[in-house]
Ligand binder design. Structure first.
Ligand SMILES: C[S@@+](CC[C@H](N)C(=O)[O-])C[C@H]1O[C@@H](n2cnc3c(N)ncnc32)[C@H](O)[C@@H]1O
Length: 311
C-alpha cells in the first residue's frame, strides 16, 4: 500500500461532492485511496459501500477506509464484480448518492509478480482480478489463432496482431505457456520495438487482461444499470432497479479509449434522455499529477449527475 496514489483525487472529490450523511458506492475499492478521502466527508452517519473483485485488495481497502472514517461512517464490503453491485445495493434497500468506478488494475497487480499481470516481472500467467474463470495462460493455450488475433487487435489495438497471434500459436505447439516472461519474450521477438519506446509486449498484455476479466462486458453492465437506476430515480421503473438517489453523481475513471468510448456514449445517452447531465466533458490530470504519477497521463474522469441538474 505504501506509495499508492489515487488518480485524479481532487477532481473526484470535487465532482462527487460527498456530504455528511450521504451514501457512496466505490465499485473498485482497490487499496482504498479514493474512499479514504471520501469517508471523512460522509461523517456523521454516512455510509460507504466498498466493492472489489480482489478479496485481498478489499481487505486492505476496508482497513484503510475504516481508519479514515474513524467510526463515524458505516463501511461495508462487497466482494464481487461491479456488474452485480447495483442489484446488491437495491437488494440492501440502499440508494446511493455517489458512485465511483476507477477501472482496471491496481498498482499491486503489476507490482506483485505472482499476480501474473506484469511483462517486466516473471510470474505465473494469471491476470485474474477475482481468481475465477480462465487464467491468461489457459486462454493463450486454448483459443484458436483467429480468436487470439481478434483479441490482440481489438482489445490491445496492436498493429502487429497477426504476427503476435501466429508467434503465440507456434510457441505453444512446442510447450504450453506458463509464465509472463514466456509471453513477453514471444511478443518481443515477433514485433520490433516501436519508435515510441514502449515494450512490444504492452498491448498484448493489455488485450489479454481485458479479455480474461471481461472488462468491457462488466463496464457495459454497470453503465446499463446506471441508466436503469436513473429511470428508477425519476420514478419510472421497478424498485429492484432502484439503487441511485435522485441527484446521484456517477464518476468513472477510464484508462484507454475502448473504455472511455463506452462511458462517453452511455453518459451522452443519459443526457439525451433527460436522465442525467454533465457526462460529455472528460476531466484529465494536470501536468503536476502526470509528472508525479505516470498512470494519470491516460486517465479520464467523466461524471454524470442523475436527474438532470448541472454537474
Ligand atoms: C485502479 S484500481 C482502484 C484503485 C482505488 N480507486 C484506490 O484509490 O485505491 C481498480 C480495482 O478495481 C478492481 N476491479 C477491476 N475490475 C473489476 C470489476 N469488474 N468488479 C470489481 N472490481 C474490479 C481491481 O481488482 C482493482 O483493485
Amino acid at each position: 500500500m505504501a506509495g499508492h496514489v489515487p488518480v485524479l483525487l481532487d477532481e473526484v472529490i470535487r465532482a462527487l461532492d460527498p456530504r455528511p450523511g450521504q451514501t457512496c458506492a466505490d465499485c473498485t475499492a482497490g487499496l482504498g485511496g479514493h474512499s479514504a478521502a471520501i469517508a471523512p466527508r460522509l461523517a456523521p452517519e454516512g455510509r460507504l459501500i466498498l466493492n472489489d473483485l480482489d478479496e485481498r485488495n478489499l481487505t486492505e481497502a476496508a482497513a484503510r477506509v475504516g481508519e479514515a472514517a474513524g467510526g463515524a461512517v458505516e463501511v461495508e464490503t462487497v466482494c464481487g464484480n461491479f456488474a452485480e453491485l447495483p442489484r446488491r445495493i437495491a437488494a440492501m434497500g440502499a440508494r446511493v448518492d455517489m458512485v465511483l468506478a476507477d477501472l482496471g488494475f491496481a498498482s499491486v497487480h503489476v507490482d506483485e509478480a505472482a499476480r501474473g499481470f506484469s511483462f517486466s516481472r516473471d510470474g505465473p500467467l494469471d491476470m485474474r482480478y477475482g481468481g475465477s474463470g480462465m487464467t491468461a495462460a489457459e486462454v493463450l493455450n486454448a483459443l484458436a489463432e483467429d480468436e487470439l488475433a481478434e483479441i490482440i487487435r481489438d482489445l490491445g489495438e496492436e498493429r502487429h496482431w497477426r504476427r503476435v497471434a501466429s508467434a503465440i500459436v507456434r510457441r505453444r505447439a512446442e510447450r504450453p505457456f506458463e509464465t509472463t516472461s514466456e509471453l513477453a519474450d514471444v511478443c518481443r521477438s515477433a514485433i520490433p520495438r516501436g519508435a515510441d519506446g514502449i515494450d512490444p509486449a504492452t498491448r498484448t498484455f493489455q488485450a489479454l487482461r481485458i479479455h480474461v476479466n471481461d472488462e468491457l462486458g462488466s463496464l457495459d453492465a454497470l453503465l446499463a444499470a446506471v441508466e436503469r437506476g436513473a429511470r428508477a430515480a425519476g420514478g419510472g421503473q421497478s424498485v429492484d432497479e432502484s439503487w441511485l438517489a435522485p441527484g446521484a453523481r456517477v464518476g468513472i475513471i477510464s484508462f484507454h479509449s475502448l473504455e472511455d468510448r463506452l462511458v462517453k456514449r452511455a453518459f451522452r445517452r443519459l443526457d439525451e434522455l433527460g436522465l442525467g447531465e454533465g457526462g460529455s466533458r472528460p476531466i484529465s490530470a494536470g501536468a503536476a499529477e502526470v509528472s508525479s504519477n505516470p498512470r494519470a497521463r491516460s486517465a479520464k474522469l467523466r461524471v454524470v449527475r442523475i436527474g438532470g441538474c448541472a454537474v
